[in-house]
Design a protein around this ligand. Structure first.
Ligand code: F6P
Length: 340
């Protein structure tokens, strides 16, 4: 068999581990041929390929980013161009010309939706979920999340010491797109005093009351972890909005830090290396069994799969009654609601 592999959407640590997991299993266990497609779906449109032999797959396990490159190209998005080319048709043509028996798509929500659509038009597709946001429906976890959690937690740990020295409020904005997984877990891992998530309606006045109470109770500093996806007036940046509002409402000295792309860079954590490798290896099992149109997923500790048709277009958000939120509330963590 001849299989293609592409990586699409925002990068994250662990992608190369997944490519290696797919490639080595395909070549060594099944004698398949593996073709790498450059820059996500763009590579299938522009016919940019590389041969992924064993040598290319060696030494990439610990490497951040993606050796194949990525893009946010969505071939099914209606283009404004008058003479727009039919990208899905072109992709199908190139897939056939390449002689592919299957296509592995490593990506987040957008990628899984495109994978589902390509599956509908007749390509043999397998999805592998990745993203630091951990918001892909149908799996308990995406690889990339654990690495980003380490990075965010370490950064917040460092902000604790400078906050304490200066007796300040530190507002930290973490990524996560529309989901609050990274903010919730990094906030809890680093002992955040206030955690604001897109999934929980917060009142900024409640946040201010909570911070004033801490100051009155002689807490020298406070840590406020904010998900980038919280609603803000006029689309203002989450961290900036929260920090400015706190300054205005409390008069307390406040600083903001936006962690940004640092969260997506660098070497994957050991957990992500293992998870991505397991996902990659399982994707090849599915191909060998001709079980196409599936996305690899983790349920409990078992790697399994769900139908791409089910995954496409859905988001996995933090449930408001998540047990970690309940525990946090009982320990006095403020989520900006009346319950604080
Ligand atoms: O999906 C991963 C992510 O890093 C989000 O957390 C963030 O909102 C987005 O990608 C940033 O996208 P881009 O790379 O297009 O700036």
């Amino acid at each position: 068999m001849r299989i293609g592999i592409l990586t699409a959407g925002g990068d994250c640590p662990g992608i190369n581990a997944a490519i290696r997991g797919v490639g080595k299993t395909a070549i060594l266990e099944y004698g398949m041929e593996v073709i790498g497609i450059s820059s996500g779906f763009l590579g299938l449109i522009n016919e940019e390929y590389v041969n992924l032999d064993e040598n290319v797959l060696s030494g990439i396990l610990t490497l951040g980013g993606t050796i194949l490159g990525t893009s946010r190209e969505n071939p099914f998005k209606k283009s404004n161009t008058f003479n727009a080319i039919d990208k899905p048709k072109l992709i199908k043509k190139h897939y056939q010309e390449l002689g592919l028996d299957a296509l592995v798509c490593i990506g987040g929500n957008g990628t899984q939706r495109t994978a589902a659509q390509l599956s509908e038009v007749g390509l043999n597709v397998i999805g592998i979920p990745k993203t630091i946001d951990n918001d892909v429906w149908g799996t308990d976890i995406t690889f990339g999340f654990d690495s980003a959690l380490w990075i965010a937690t370490e950064a917040i740990d460092r902000l604790h010491t400078t906050a304490n020295s200066h007796k300040r409020i530190m507002v930290i904005e973490v990524m996560g797109h529309h989901a609050g997984w990274l903010a919730l877990y990094s906030g809890m891992a680093s002992g955040g005093d206030v955690i604001l998530l897109p999934e929980i309606n917060f009142d900024i006045n409640q946040v201010a009351r909570c911070l004033k109470k801490r100051a009155i109770n002689k807490k020298p500093y406070s840590i406020v972890v904010v998900a980038e996806g919280i609603p803000t007036p006029k689309g203002e940046g989450a961290g900036r909005y929260v920090a400015n509002s706190i300054k205005e409402l409390t008069g307390l000295e406040t600083r903001e830090t936006i962690l940004g792309y640092i969260q997506r860079g660098g070497s994957p954590s050991p957990m992500d290396r293992v998870l991505a490798t397991r996902y990659g290896a399982y994707a090849v099992e599915l191909i060998a069994q001709k079980r196409f149109g599936e996305m690899v997923s983790l349920k409990g500790d078992t790697v399994t799969s769900v139908s791409l048709a089910e995954v496409g277009g859905k988001l996995r958000l933090v449930p408001e009654d998540h047990p970690l939120i309940e525990k946090a509330r009982r320990m006095g963590v403020c989520f900006g609601t009346d319950a604080c």
